[in-house]
Design a protein around this ligand. Structure first.
Ligand code: ADP
Length: 358
């Protein structure tokens, strides 16, 4: 049994995190702000600190820096949780974005405790952001929005996941369905909050790509494999075309773009089940198309679907009209583009163009 100090100012989240860690067989000390956490850590040095970032009287990052400067506490593993992405978060051993999944959280706690004696490889003096006063204020406001909305969502999702686990054990079918429905709605709300934040960051030019060399073939195969599992009733076809060299891209963000195109292809598939994803090579460019044979987009709406909050048909579908705006902006950030062709009643083809390395 290890001692885990949990610092979280939201009472509901503090309770659910504590319950999860206690269920893993550890002893928990609870702190409601960063200052209290530091005092408690000095009183009885924990084996792990799990801390929110945005807390009163000392943020999670300030708590981390204070601990790193005290010899007794300097080596204690630190799991930082935050809806925002505070700069310097690399100094924490683990960073988890809120809302966090139950199993991801459990895994992170167990891994951090196992590596109790392993040396940390990141220096605490991580990169400092240089930003103007105006953009800082805006960033702060965004962080505040994310925090305010994501924290209660996080707590609701974790509680629902715990509830689902209990209901699964008891085998109560009705309750299981209700809990799953709640979880789906919470996931939609969370998706919307994430989209709003992404859209604002993109509009501000504040979203940075984490590019790496990636083989497109296996990447697309994994993606389509996931979609086949998620939507077994749809018929996904993948045509990878000719072999090609690895691409320099932010895999998470390209996955986000393609997920958006695929989820639209499913949403607006009408009677047709067939969705095709294909790759074509041009000199200097790779073209990835996502084609459906669904409802299509009216010609007068087509030029506007990449604008913020635009939906071709307000009554149809259940989206919020941010997905394509974000997808197109992410494509441009990669030095590429996103375009669409569509015929009403026949289907749509979206084409993502990404640069190849010369
Ligand atoms: P939403 O969340 O509303 O789906 P998007 O930005 O992803 O937002 O899409 C904007 C609008 O474009 C949608 O509301 C829909 O009217 C139209 N659209 C997008 N993809 C398709 C598609 N594959 N088939 C038909 N209409 C589409």
């Amino acid at each position: 049994m290890s001692l885990v100090l949990i610092a979280e100012d939201e009472e509901a989240l503090l309770e659910v995190f504590s319950e999860v860690v206690e269920d893993l067989g550890h002893r928990v000390v609870r702190a409601h702000n960063g200052e209290e956490a530091l005092l408690l850590a000095r009183t009885e040095p924990p084996d792990l600190v799990v801390s929110d970032h945005m807390m009163p009287r000392r943020t999670g990052m300030q708590l981390l820096h204070a601990m790193r400067s005290e010899p007794v506490l300097a080596e204690v593993p630190f799991l930082l949780l935050s809806a925002a992405r505070p700069s310097g978060r690399e100094a924490a051993q683990t960073f988890l974005a809120k809302p966090v999944d139950l199993s991801t959280f459990e895994q992170a706690v167990s891994t951090a405790l196992q590596s109790r004696t392993a040396p940390r490889h990141e220096s605490p003096q991580a990169a400092r952001e240089s930003a103007t006063a105006v953009s800082l204020a805006r960033e702060e406001m965004l962080n505040w929005v994310a925090h305010e909305l994501k924290t209660p969502l996080s707590s609701a999702r974790l509680n629902t996941q715990l509830l689902l686990r209990k209901v699964h054990k008891r085998g109560a079918e009705d309750e299981r369905r209700s809990a799953e429905a709640i979880l789906r709605q919470l996931d939609r709300m969370n998706g919307l909050v994430t989209s709003i934040l992404d859209a604002s960051r993109l509009a501000d030019g504040k979203l940075e790509l984490k590019q790496e060399l990636k083989e497109l073939g296996p990447f697309l195969q994994d993606l389509i494999h996931d979609w086949r599992e998620m939507q077994p009733e749809m018929d996904f076809h993948l045509d990878l075309g000719e072999p090609m060299e690895p691409l320099l891209l932010d895999a998470e963000r390209v996955r986000q773009v393609l997920n958006n195109l695929l989820s639209n292809a499913v949403k607006y598939s009408g009677e047709s089940r067939r969705i095709e994803v294909g790759v074509t090579l041009n000199p200097g460019l790779v073209l990835i198309h996502v084609r459906d044979h669904g409802v299509g987009i009216p010609a007068n709406a087509l030029p506007h679907i990449f604008e913020r909050f635009q939906r071709a048909d307000a009554d149809r579908g259940r989206g919020h009209g941010l997905g394509l705006f974000i997808a197109a902006a992410l494509a441009r950030l990669h030095g590429g583009s996103l375009s669409a062709r569509s015929t009403l009643g026949e289907g749509s083809t979206f084409i993502l163009r990404l640069p190849r390395r010369s």
